[in-house]
Write a protein of this length. Structure first.
Length: 140
């Protein structure tokens, strides 16, 4: 209901969206899928632990260009680089939306991952902080 009061949610109705988790975490994926479905989007839920190649294969199978990826394990930058390269190889224009914990280990001796939101945005990845934020950016 909160989203319905804050965005033109009707523009999400019948929108085709592929939603995956790039790691073993499934809660963010579950929330995103259910909210988008409730708003009337056609959601293809790829589940968790989806590799970048499998994510694009799934999106292509359903003819979907909007791909939402939930990440939490410090691999955001590597995943983004790989999926963008695979997209270039396919010569397909996808819109990638990433949310969750957008962090990566940048150096071999790092003990904690660091935020890579800025780097992802420089790669034309749409980063999101909340489900509301995702919905707003999907309808642009």
């Amino acid at each position: 209901e909160k989203i319905k009061n804050t965005v033109d949610y009707k523009r999400i109705k019948n929108k085709d969206v592929c939603v995956v988790s790039g790691d073993m975490h499934s809660y963010g994926l579950y929330v995103i899928s259910r909210v988008l479905e409730k708003l009337g989007a056609n959601v293809v839920d790829g589940g968790n632990a989806m590799e970048a190649l499998d994510t694009l294969d799934l999106a292509d199978e359903y003819g979907i260009n909007d791909i939402c990826i939930s990440l939490h394990n410090g691999q955001a930058l590597a995943y983004a680089k790989l999926i963008k390269q695979l997209a270039r190889d396919r010569k397909t224009n996808y819109r990638f939306f990433m949310g969750g914990q957008l962090t990566s280990f940048l150096n071999e001796d790092d003990t904690e991952p660091v935020d890579v939101t800025d780097q992802l945005q420089q790669m034309d990845i749409v980063t999101t902080e909340t489900v509301e934020d995702l919905v707003k950016k999907l309808i642009i």
